[in-house]
Design a protein around this ligand. Sequence first.
Ligand SMILES: [Mg+2]
Length: 228
Amino acid sequence: MTDLADSATISPVADSPRQFVLGVDLDGVCADYYPFMRGVIAEWLGRDLESLPPDVGWEMTEWGIEPGEFHKVHRFAVVERHLYRDMGMIAGAGPALRRLSNLGIRIRIITHRLVIEHFHRMAVGQTVEWLDRHGIPYWDLCFMGEKGAVNADLYLEDGPHNIEALLREQRDVVVFSHAANRHLEVPAGDRARNWAEAEPLVIARFREWEERGGATGMRRRASDRSAE
Ligand SMILES: [Mg+2]
């Protein structure tokens, strides 16, 4: 009979070396959220698609949504138009994530999609179906707004509020460019306009992490710092 301590020791998870964790946002980074929502909102408002400018800010007020109406449109998009299942993939996201996963990087999907009460089953179900359909490799799936709490080594994020919160916590972030985050000043090496630019930035951070000794080096440096 195996006691709890033994089962913890022989657990394949416990025995695995700690991998470099890439925290990946979905909407605006992997999933092509804005073009899909543009179509839904044009339909909702009864307007021609072309009358809605492609570039919008975070609140999408440029498309004529009244303050307070967004939740209704969003619910309609998920429930009636299967937003999380049917929207497209941002070009190159799947192949890049598969290559990064093959290098030994652990993909941790972090998304704040549970924003409307009482329809989480649909939101989560559509999300999982979308991830599998596009062949996105991942081992962790986090539905939460507080992205720093899931402790990734590097974040790939487009939400301006999330980027600001992560930077306040001194997290490492590659900003995935969007009209809504262009005002944020970050070094050139911390911003990507697309996956072709994001992938080498992620690989460079991963290689630096490996050269520092990976998770072991991180622990050693933390204890060195506390001894100082
Ligand atoms: Mg996003």
